[in-house]
Design a protein. Structure first.
Length: 277
């Protein structure tokens, strides 16, 4: 079972004192029955986990939590920066949204930020994964990407960065714009350039090539725990892995290659012409 002290130890095993930028993807549902915190209700678990993480990060480092809002984006005419967040982000980001975290102004792929905000406040973000994106910032800063309670194929948006960096043929650029709402008042506008995949022919990924290299990377860390999975890796290693895979054969990560090739040949141009949101 995992108490507060044991969870602190798990964090220390995957995040070193030298790591200044930490990106955390999480799914506590996978280990919630193993939690033995000193609390009155299971509903307090995300709060306690976040308290421990914040203590670990401190004020001189920076924590990024995904706060993606693609589901609500397609249903609303605006981006509610203090409310909109998809359930798929997990309980930790949903809990963090209720705290005084800084949130990047991206209508689909925003992040909640805690700790040292000096650099992040100055960024002019334009893209989801490419130039002038947070993922580019993570790459330049050699961030440590962590998965808590999730396998790599479920919790690492950084892997999509390589699709844009190496300009794969199964995606295309599209700009998404919305008004920003806070406290039910319009405070501005925001836009995001996304390297989109087809809505007509969804991609069926095979992440095994990535995972094989990740587990053997120099900067890979894994918590010594039977009760939960927590692993991490530096973006410098992820960048090398992405380069190795995508230069050799990017199609190795696509299971439904034939149907995707058919879409590229016969339907891609028509889908690109659809009006931006």
């Amino acid at each position: 079972m995992i108490n507060e002290i044991k969870f602190e130890k798990i964090l220390s095993e995957v995040i070193s004192n030298e790591d200044k930028i930490i990106v955390l993807y999480s799914g506590i549902w996978s280990f919630i029955k193993k939690i033995n915190f000193n609390i009155n209700s299971p509903k307090q678990i995300p709060e306690v986990i976040l308290d421990i993480i914040e203590k670990k990060i401190g004020t001189n480092r920076t924590l990024f939590l995904p706060s993606f809002s693609g589901e609500s984006f397609s249903k609303k005419k605006y981006f509610s920066i203090d409310l909109d967040i998809d359930k798929s982000n997990g309980f930790i980001p949903i809990t963090a949204l209720k705290r005084s975290y800084f949130r990047t102004k991206q209508p689909i792929h925003s992040y909640l930020v805690f700790g040292n905000l000096k650099e992040i406040r100055k960024l002019k973000l334009k893209s989801s994964w490419g130039r002038k994106s947070l993922l580019e910032f993570f790459s330049k800063k050699n961030a440590r990407v962590c998965n808590l309670g999730l396998p790599w194929n479920k919790g690492c948006a950084y892997l999509h960065r390589f699709e844009e960096v190496y300009n794969v043929p199964w995606r295309y650029h599209k700009i998404f714009s919305k008004k920003i709402i806070k406290n039910k008042k319009v405070i501005g506008t925001c836009s995001e350039k996304k390297f989109c995949s087809s809505l007509l022919t969804p991609l069926n990924y095979d992440y095994k090539p990535f995972i094989k290299y990740i587990k053997n990377a120099k900067s890979f860390r894994k918590a010594n725990s039977k009760d939960l999975i927590m692993e991490s890796i530096k973006t410098s290693c992820l960048d090398k892995i992405g380069k190795k895979i995508f230069i050799k054969n990017p199609w190795v990560i696509i299971k439904n290659k034939n149907s995707v090739l058919n879409w590229i040949k016969n339907k891609k141009n028509n889908e690109i012409k659809r009006k931006n949101y």
